[in-house]
Design a protein around this ligand. Structure first.
Ligand code: NAD
Length: 350
């Protein structure tokens, strides 16, 4: 086992982790522990090079600092990446080695699920380190974060509606959703309960038909969903859906969904603003899952009621983002970053 530090300006620690026996090649990035231990998921991808993996882990760990700062989780930002093809490289020895590396960071970095990493993988990691979150509920952990992400998004949609339409009542509001998977599915049901008129699309026909049969949702084809006039567009499938091609087609007044990296590029937030479309920044509105995990870590053990109360604060966080955006005449994604930076600066006593 070999751990070596990579010096990167603005990052507290970036560790290259190599274990010849299992073939593990990973990078753990601790961007900031200013607000608490650095929490962030572990992902596994066949990166073309270490540079590509490093770029990804630096970008993602910094994003986690901002997400947690705005959500006020009491956590910092980190991330880890394992280089390799999950189908062929995954093994017990690999995840045990990863666990030992995480343990060597002595709680500076806390891991969780991310792309291509599941609970069974994390259970192996947890045999070597206690700095693992989001295991099964049976083990006293906070469990699957998706329903909490969905609930937090509904809270955020109410705040977005209040800003865009003057009322947080979703009754009769038309919402078009792209993606009804782990987060989008439960969100569609919550929207129905809130009285919204929900229109759904998903490339998984079976899923979309079943949800519509159960709840009476209208279905729209994925390639036509952007053309449907609506109050709120809710991207809950994948990233980069808001870009130069899609923005001119949008017929919504606000965007509020669970997907990560909704904007292809940050500049697209200004394009939305120019068109009078209110954008609820993705990492602010989709923080329900991480807030849920933070309760497991910081509040003396997991407690669902406490988690829900904390998730309800997503509405206040968005209100603050919109207030900064209005007062400083900047797009909402910049306003969210400003809010995060202020909270970090306040903690540092600046
Ligand atoms: P998922 O795989 O369970 O669901 C995604 C759904 O989107 C699937 O049903 C899929 O068929 C559909 N889909 C994919 N491409 C599509 C397309 N082009 N058009 C229409 N539908 C399409 O994933 P998920 O966990 O629900 O995550 C969805 C998004 O939310 C992702 O961007 C994820 O990063 C983000 N997110 C999830 C969580 C969480 O707690 N799961 C937390 C924060 C953010």
């Amino acid at each position: 086992m070999e751990i070596s530090d990579i010096q990167v300006d603005g990052y507290e620690r970036v560790a290259r982790c190599r274990d010849e026996a299992s073939g593990l090649h990973a990078i753990i990035a601790v961007h900031s522990t200013t607000l608490g231990p650095a929490l962030g998921g572990m992902r596994m991808l066949p990166y073309a090079s270490e540079d590509e993996a490093l770029f990804d882990v630096l970008r993602l760990s910094r994003g986690m600092t901002y997400k947690s700062a705005v959500a006020d989780t009491g956590l910092g930002g980190g991330k880890s990446v394992i280089l390799g093809e999950p189908g062929t490289l995954k093994s017990e020895a690999l995840f045990l080695a990863m666990g030992r590396f995480i343990q060597a960071l002595e709680g500076q970095y806390i891991t969780a699920e991310d792309m291509n990493i599941g609970i069974p993988d994390l259970e192996v990691v947890s045999r070597e380190t206690r700095w693992v979150t989001g295991l099964s509920k049976d083990s006293g952990s906070s469990g699957n974060p998706s329903p909490y992400t969905s609930y937090g998004c509904l809270v955020g949609m109410r705040a977005t509606a209040k800003e865009a339409f003057g009322s947080d009542d979703l009754t009769g509001r038309r919402v078009v959703m792209q993606g009804i998977g782990a987060v989008g599915g439960p969100l569609a049901v919550l929207l129905k309960e809130a009285g919204a008129e929900t229109i759904i699309c998903d490339i998984n026909e079976e899923r979309v038909n079943q949800l519509s049969r159960e709840h009476g949702f209208t279905i729209v084809d994925d390639d036509q969903h952007l053309d449907v006039e609506c109050d709120i567009y809710s991207p809950c499938a994948r990233g980069a859906g808001i870009n130069d091609q899609t923005i001119p087609r949008l017929r919504c007044k606000a965007i509020a969904g669970c997907a990560n990296n909704v904007l292809l590029e940050p500049r697209h937030a200004e394009d939305l603003r120019q068109r009078g479309i209110l954008y609820a920044p993705d990492y602010v509105i989709n923080a329900g899952g991480i807030i849920n995990v933070s309760v497991e870590l910081l509040d003396g053990g997991y407690n669902e009621a406490a988690a829900m109360r904390k998730i309800d604060r997503i509405g206040d966080n968005l209100e603050q983002v919109f207030a900064i955006s209005n007062a400083e005449d900047i797009p909402t994604n910049e306003a969210a970053a400003r809010l995060a930076e202020r909270r970090l600066a306040a903690e540092r006593g600046e």
